[in-house]
Design a protein around this ligand. Structure first.
Ligand code: C2E
Ligand code: CA
Ligand code: CA
Length: 428
């Protein structure tokens, strides 16, 4: 067993398991892998107490799932609530599908998960997981763009003025036809670069805008930039559908329908060119008011997309009731689905359900050619993700389109699988 790369930066860890035998086994393995300081806790509650006492929290947690009292899932939820973003390994004697679903839950809560491992732990998978520590720790320590708290110190006035002065810019991420690779549209994503300070992550400032009642201003600012851009591309013969994220809070606002319609009209666009993406998880509890707004948007001809599908709790019946035109499968079910049977099953059933409901299917977070091929086989309509392109400013689109044109052959459904694909930013 190597001791080198594994633990160079891993100073301490905490093993949480109610079985003394399993704890001792895990501790021995970790010690053999060179971890200098190992804490142990026999329950979720004991772990939280210990974390509250330690001046320096451990670098890593190994969390068992089945424990009396507070189980591993509740513990992970508690860590999230207490803002303890410590990298973790999920370990359980139960089936891999269950372990993977807890991993997904933890990642969706923003916790860094190194691996899900089956117990009893064995040296090789554990070593591989520990080796991921350095990589994950770096991204937790130096979140790029600016960290989770970068938005915390920002006042309402600062955000309001950034919106009003046009400091928030829109980047565009292509959405492409999965059979041919041809670009069909883009998603508009807000970017905020604070002068002299750096980037603020969009999920942070969007949340701040929601909290400070500035989401309406933010959305209209993004929408007017994006629609002006769509009109400019139209004029140059590049007709792309424009997807814009709509916060659920705006669905409480009946005036929204006319505001959106006015912006579209001002740019001389047709409603069909605009797709509004609405996060699935936010719909369920506000059905009543939201339904009217959604129905009127649809009546006017706008496309409606269920965003982040798979992360919420909507039932098929609920989905059928809302006049959606598109189902956008969350990236946590897309990337890596070729390696994981449970993700593949969810993905396939989402694609089949969307097909039965007559919805356009979009997969986000397509990062590798394996993801791409699997989605293609599953009959997904549109793909979006780093494999194709990262979000970019409008002025980079023409160059990217040229490069993309050159690799269409590799992306096509009938492409030769033996031929090495070009990468998204490969200039050859
Ligand atoms: P979202 O709507 O789910 O947007 C997709 C996010 O996935 C974007 O993150 C995008 O950059 C990222 N992404 C795309 N392809 C890949 C990939 O292959 N791998 C990975 N790992 N990530 C990929 P971004 O730009 O950081 O935006 C985060 C969230 O902030 C968005 O999630 C959306 O909910 C929100 N947001 C961004 N702009 C706006 C806006 O103008 N209005 C509202 N209401 N929300 C916005
Ligand atoms: Ca979206
Ligand atoms: Ca998403």
């Amino acid at each position: 067993m190597s001791r080198v790369a594994t633990t160079r930066s891993l100073g301490s860890l905490l093993i949480i398991d109610d079985s003394m035998v399993q704890r001792a086994h895990a501790a021995t393995l970790c010690r053999e892998l060179g971890v200098p300081l190992i804490y142990e806790a026999a329950s979720g509650r004991e772990a939280l107490e210990l974390l509250g006492l330690l001046v320096l929290p451990p670098d890593l947690l190994i969390v068992d799932l089945e424990m009396p009292g507070m189980d591993g899932v509740e513990l992970i939820q508690q860590l999230h609530q207490r803002k303890l973003a410590i990298p973790l390994i999920v370990a359980s004697g139960r089936e891999m599908t269950l372990i993977h679903s807890v991993e997904i839950m933890a990642r969706n809560l923003g916790l860094p998960v190194l691996a899900g491992l089956q117990k009893p732990l064995t040296p090789l998978p554990l070593e591989a997981a520990l080796q991921r520590f350095a990589q994950v720790a770096r991204s937790v320590a130096e979140p790029q763009p600016a960290g989770p708290d970068a938005a915390a110190g920002i006042s309402r006035a600062t955000l309001a003025s950034a919106i009003a002065c046009g400091e928030i810019r829109v980047h565009y991420q292509p959405k492409v036809d999965m059979r041919t690779g041809i670009v069909r549209g883009v998603e508009a994503l807000a970017r905020w670069h604070r002068h002299g300070i750096g980037f603020v992550r969009p999920d942070r400032f969007v949340a701040l805008a929601e909290q400070e009642e500035l989401i309406h201003e933010l959305t209209l600012a993004v929408m007017s930039q994006a629609l002006a851009q769509a009109a400019e591309w139209n004029a140059r013969g590049l007709k792309l559908s424009m997807a814009i994220n709509l916060s659920q809070r705006l669905l409480d606002r009946p005036a929204l329908v006319d505001e959106v319609a006015a912006l579209v009209e001002r740019q001389g666009l047709r409603a069909e060119q605009l797709v509004l993406e609405i996060t699935e998880s936010t719909l369920a509890d506000r059905m009543g008011t939201a339904l009217g707004v959604l129905a009127r948007l649809r009546l006017k001809g706008f496309g409606l997309s269920i965003d982040d599908y798979g992360t919420g709790f909507s039932s098929m019946q609920q989905l059928a009731r809302i006049p959606f035109t598109e189902l956008k499968i969350d990236r946590s079910f897309v990337h890596g689905a070729h390696q994981r049977n449970n993700l593949r099953v969810i993905l396939q059933s989402a694609l089949e359900m969307a097909c039965q409901l007559g919805l356009v299917t979009v997969a986000e977070g397509v990062e590798t050619l394996e993801d791409w091929r699997l989605l293609q086989q599953g009959g997904c309509g549109i793909g979006q993700g780093y494999l194709i392109a990262k979000p970019m400013p409008a002025n980079e689109m023409p160059q990217w389109l040229k490069r993309h044109q050159a690799r269409l052959g590799d992306l096509r459904q009938d492409a030769d699988p033996e031929k090495p694909p070009r990468l998204a930013d490969d200039p050859r």
